[in-house]
Write a protein that binds this ligand. Structure first.
Ligand code: SAH
Length: 291
């Protein structure tokens, strides 16, 4: 759906079901594989038949600076086969197969060690394309949806300042740090805000600013943003966030309760936003206030 001249907030009922749906490649895969089966598949696909990379992902995307690995005093996870660079490449190949085509985003996905954002008991599942629990009834988003949302927000352009609502464990913020100059991320659960700080600290990423607070209010003190990503689903996109977009900026958000869809909102003029519905998705709920 493309609706020009809409004033916001848009109610979900005003946008659901009227949109242009993307083709099946963009539908999140609904699979009921056992994690063990999925991991066996991932390991199988991770072994390059002729030593070649399955993708022509640009290496060191906007990042001559590499993401430093974990602190030398911590165990070297990267030497374990289940969290090796090859298995990360296999995960990126799967994401690309589902339709993500932006090499900058795919490169960023490949560069960030997702297993370092997941508790060690689950790290063997880090490179399955699935969401996983991070505590406090929240999840780390699946790699496909992280990549897809960033691809839509970026739209092939330069991003100066971006805002993420829902830091969780900090994974998406780390991926964003490789595609945008400045990343701001807000989390409403204090314990998760602290978890993200701890996860990100050893990586020494200079362009991420984490905030503890209610992301529905945005960050007016540092707005406007070229891009805003919501990692939690509300019934509508908060008005405050729409007003914190630059003109030409893009916001991507899951909206809905039971049935959720990705909504893209572009600010086309001072008082004009354009909305489109892209594909189905499944996120934890956006909630008001802090805990
Ligand atoms: N970005 C994460 C996904 C986190 S899950 C990743 O890297 O995978 C979504 C997060 O949104 C949860 O941690 C939840 O607590 C948070 N959240 C929900 N409502 C929020 C709000 N109003 N402000 C800030 N964070 C919120």
């Amino acid at each position: 759906m493309t609706e020009k001249d809409k004033r916001f907030p848009l109610l979900l009922s005003a946008v659901v079901g009227q949109g242009k749906r993307s083709d099946d490649r963009h539908q999140p895969a609904i699979k009921t594989e056992m994690p063990q089966t999925a991991m066996r598949n991932a390991v199988k696909h991770a072994l390059p038949k002729s030593g070649g990379h399955p993708l022509s992902v640009r290496s060191g995307v906007q990042t001559a600076r590499a993401i430093p690995g974990p602190n030398p005093s911590t165990p070297d996870h990267t030497s374990k086969p289940l969290v090796s660079a090859n298995i990360r490449k296999a995960m990126v190949a799967k994401v690309a197969q589902q339709g993500v085509a932006d090499n900058v985003v795919l490169g960023a996905l490949e560069a960030i060690p997702r297993h370092l954002f997941i508790e060690s008991g689950l790290s063997g599942q880090a490179y399955i394309d699935a969401s996983l629990p991070i505590g406090h009834h929240q999840t780390i988003s699946k790699p496909y949806i992280v990549a897809r949302m960033i691809e839509i927000m970026r739209n092939g352009g330069e991003l100066r300042s971006v805002l993420e609502i829902g830091t969780g464990c900090g994974y998406q913020a780390a991926v964003l740090s490789l595609v945008a100059k400045e990343v701001y991320s807000i989390e409403r659960i204090k314990a998760l805000h602290e978890l993200a700080k701890n996860n990100l600290r050893p990586m020494r990423i200079p362009n991420i600013r984490l905030h503890y607070g209610d992301g529905m209010l945005g960050l007016p003190q540092v707005a406007p943003f070229d891009g805003i990503i919501l990692a939690a689903a509300g019934l509508e996109v908060p008005q405050a966030l729409l007003e914190q977009l630059t003109i030409g900026g893009r916001l991507i958000a899951p909206v809905g309760a039971g049935h959720q869809v990705l909504q893209l909102i572009e600010r086309v003029a001072q008082l004009e936003w354009k909305s489109s519905i892209l594909e189905q998705c499944h996120f934890v709920p956006l909630r008001q206030g802090v805990i």
